[in-house]
Design a protein around this ligand. Structure first.
Ligand SMILES: [Zn+2]
Ligand SMILES: [Zn+2]
Length: 116
C-alpha cells in the first residue's frame, strides 16, 4: 500500500489560522443568502477540513457595511468577520469538551461594501 492523501475530515483538532484560509474559503465557493429580517447567511466550506458550513452574520454588522460610514464615526468601508469552523459531520480527534463542533480552524473575512 502506498500512502494516500489523508482525509481532511479526520485531521486532529487544532486551533489554527493560516493566511491562506480566507482565500481558500472563497475559492471553495461561498453562497450568500439575505435574510428577510436583516442579516446574511453564508454557505461555504471550511478551508481546512472542507466541511460544509453555514455562517450567520449578525444584521447590525451587515447593516454597517451597506449603509456607509456612520456620521462622524470611522469611515471604514470594510467589515471584518471572524469565522470559525463549525463542522459537525467530521471526526476531529482531540476536540476539547467545550466545543461541540469544528476542526479548530478560524479565519477573518473582509466584507467590502458592494453594489451589484
Ligand atoms: Zn474545519
Ligand atoms: Zn471538520
Amino acid at each position: 500500500m502506498t500512502s494516500t492523501t489523508p482525509d481532511p475530515r479526520i485531521l486532529p483538532f487544532l486551533e489554527i489560522s493560516e493566511p491562506g484560509y480566507p482565500g481558500r474559503f472563497l475559492e471553495l465557493g461561498v453562497e450568500q443568502e439575505e435574510l428577510p429580517g436583516g442579516g446574511v447567511t453564508l454557505y461555504g466550506r471550511c478551508p481546512r477540513c472542507e466541511a460544509s458550513l453555514r455562517v450567520a452574520l449578525p444584521s447590525d454588522l451587515v447593516k454597517d457595511a451597506s449603509q456607509g460610514p456612520p456620521e462622524g464615526g470611522a469611515s471604514d468601508a470594510e467589515t471584518h468577520v471572524a469565522i470559525v469552523c463549525t463542522c459537525s459531520a467530521c471526526e476531529h480527534v482531540g476536540r476539547p469538551a467545550q466545543y461541540d463542533s469544528g476542526c479548530g480552524a478560524y479565519w477573518v473575512l473582509d466584507i467590502a461594501e458592494e453594489d451589484e
